[in-house]
Design a protein around this ligand. Structure first.
Ligand code: FES
Length: 132
């Protein structure tokens, strides 16, 4: 029993910086692709929120489409999770996620939240439909 309590304490006590995400997501915002060289090629990932609202990354999953991923770990709320070559990694307890946010290994019980996007090829921008 003591081991279980200790494990739970570890999960709830290591959510810094700032604890779990509880504020506004910050609403929609537009990303200029020219500012993120990692997004020039299919498969690229970059954090794009600029420090405003919920930390958010974009993954370019094709030449004309993007997936927006919230960098907030569903396990105990740590943010921002790290961008790594395979997707995303939470350093607190070691959960890893694919580039589309799906959980690859726990303890996270679910994947990262995702937001829809709208790509404007002529303008070179992506609208991230992040909730308010
Ligand atoms: S907060 Fe526990 S794995 Fe991310």
């Amino acid at each position: 029993m003591a081991a279980v309590v200790a494990a739970l304490d570890a999960c709830t006590g290591l959510t810094g910086p700032g604890g779990g995400w509880s504020g506004s997501y910050g609403g929609p915002f537009t990303v200029s692709l020219a500012n993120f060289s990692a997004l020039a090629a299919v498969g690229g990932v970059a954090r794009v929120d600029g420090g405003s609202g919920a930390p958010t990354a974009l993954y370019r999953n094709s030449s004309s489409s993007f997936v927006a991923v919230a960098l907030v770990c569903p396990h105990a709320g740590y943010y921002p999770v790290d961008v790594v070559s395979t997707g995303f990694y939470c350093p607190v307890h070691g959960s890893s996620f694919s580039k589309t946010g799906g959980v690859q290994s726990g303890p996270s019980p679910s994947g990262l939240a995702t937001f829809s996007t709208t790509y404007d090829a002529s303008a070179g921008t992506v609208l991230v439909n992040r909730p308010t």
